[in-house]
Design a protein. Structure first.
Length: 107
C-alpha cells in the first residue's frame, strides 16, 4: 500500500507522520484490496484543522473529510469515517454470493 501525506499551511512533525502511517496500515484489515492512500492535512488561519483522505480500492475511491479544533481530533474523526466506509465496501463485496441450487428449489 502506497501512503502519501501532504501538510498544508503547517509543518507536520515526523511523529505525526509515523502515527498516521501506522493507523493507515491498520486499515488494511478492513479491506485487503487497498492500493493507495493520500492524506491531506490542512491548518487554516481561522483555527480550524482539516483532515482529508482518499483511499484507492482497485477500481473505486473512498473519500473522508473531518474538521476539528485540533489536528489530532480531526485525524481521528477522519480515520473513523474511512474505517466505516471500508467496512461497508467490504460487505458489498461479500453480499453478492450466489444461492446454492439446493436452497433455491422449493419442494
Amino acid at each position: 500500500m502506497q501512503i502519501q501525506i501532504t501538510a498544508r499551511h503547517f509543518h507536520a512533525s515526523p511523529q505525526l507522520h509515523q502515527n498516521l502511517q501506522e493507523s493507515l496500515e491498520k486499515m488494511a484489515k478492513f479491506n485487503d484490496s487497498i492500493t493507495g492512500v493520500h492524506v491531506i492535512l490542512d491548518a487554516e488561519k481561522s483555527g480550524v484543522h482539516k483532515a482529508e483522505s482518499i483511499v484507492k480500492i482497485l477500481d473505486k475511491s473512498v473519500c473522508a473529510v473531518a474538521e476539528d479544533v485540533t489536528m489530532g481530533k480531526a485525524i481521528e474523526a477522519m480515520l473513523e469515517k474511512v474505517e466505516r466506509q471500508l467496512k461497508k465496501e467490504n460487505e458489498k463485496l461479500k453480499g453478492h454470493k450466489s444461492v446454492p441450487a439446493a436452497a433455491a428449489v422449493v419442494d
